[in-house]
Write a protein that binds this ligand. Structure first.
Ligand code: FES
Length: 93
């Protein structure tokens, strides 16, 4: 199965909002939900929504307003369902 990229914005605005604090925790969530086989976490250049908090991108979906405090909630409620949807598509061929 090809891995899908999950992008975390590493642009300067997101950097200032604490990307480096968020990054290891996303890695932790990826392993907690056993997504290592399906997801590749990558840094991205500015995703051009700088005024909306830390930004992540999965396929063509942007997840904005992420911060160290709401990261886990955002991941579970918004990002994880998208990833699982994609994984289901794969497993059904
Ligand atoms: S720096 Fe992250 S969206 Fe611009």
């Amino acid at each position: 199965m090809t891995k899908e990229n999950l992008y975390l914005c590493m642009g300067s605005a997101c950097h200032q909002l604490g990307v480096y604090e968020v990054l290891p925790r996303i890695q932790g969530l990826i392993s907690q939900y056993h997504l290592e086989e399906s997801i590749e976490l990558k840094g991205s250049f500015c995703l051009e929504t700088c005024s909306s908090g830390i930004v992540m991108k999965f396929q063509d979906k942007l997840f904005v307003d992420i911060n160290p405090a709401n990261l886990e909630e955002k991941f579970i409620l918004e990002i994880l369902p998208q990833i699982q949807l994609k994984m289901q598509e794969y497993s059904h061929g």
